[in-house]
Design a protein around this ligand. Sequence first.
Ligand SMILES: [Zn+2]
Ligand SMILES: [Zn+2]
Length: 283
Amino acid sequence: MANPRDWFAGRVAVLATMHRKEQAIAPLLEAHLGVTVTVPPAFDTDGFGTFTGEVKRPANQLTTARLKAAAALRQTGATLAIASEGSFGPHPQIPFVACDREIVLLCDRQHQLELVGECLSPNTNYRQQVVRSWAEAKAFASTVGFPSHGLIVRADDTEIAKGITTAEELETAVVTAMQQSPSRQARLETDMRAIYNPTRMEVIAQATQALLNVTSQACPACGCPGFSEVKRWPGLPCGHCGTPTPMTLSVRYQCQQCQHQQDAPCPNSPTVADPTYCLYCNP
Ligand SMILES: [Zn+2]
Ligand SMILES: [Zn+2]
């Protein structure tokens, strides 16, 4: 089976979601893998952690996605599951810039295969602010894409409302929060649940595309999908003096099934490094 599509075409893929992530994920997977995506009825992902803080995540992002996929497989008896998981915080390379890291995981029990697509995007409205008036609340809302993007309002740690998408609901929640809070302030947060956050939905679609890219890389030895990166080797030569730099020279790919390995130049990277990264030219 040289074409990765042949591994999945005609199968049902259960998507472990309750926040309509199928809007971003299903069309891409159906078009490119030939699967039919279904969402298990009454599937509750909130038990795996919520952004709104009621339930703490049991484990890291990838492990959480695995647990969701396993739960969907258990519940439905299917052999193919998709799960997605996001996390928000400072960009790993650029502090003070918020970013959204989305992963989309494909778990195939029939072929004992796990494939992961990832997207790290600075394109997010992830933000919180404490306000003391309706005017301040309105100003915050206007900077985070409200009302197409939902908001959450708290009185200190107590949630007043979430999934807020109208000015009337927002005003009511802010006034209530300021009345209930001993310090007379309301805490506003962007609602990061996919259904209330079109920007996040877009990043989930990009992570789904990354998953398709990984899937389309077939092992040259056995044809298994997901011949993907397991390691990076530094040493790209400096464009000025030729000294090896810490920039990536090559990437090692490995098959999950037959363990075949191959080293290749880093895709989309230049053949020499900018002297800025050279420890000799730019110590
Ligand atoms: Zn292989
Ligand atoms: Zn140099």
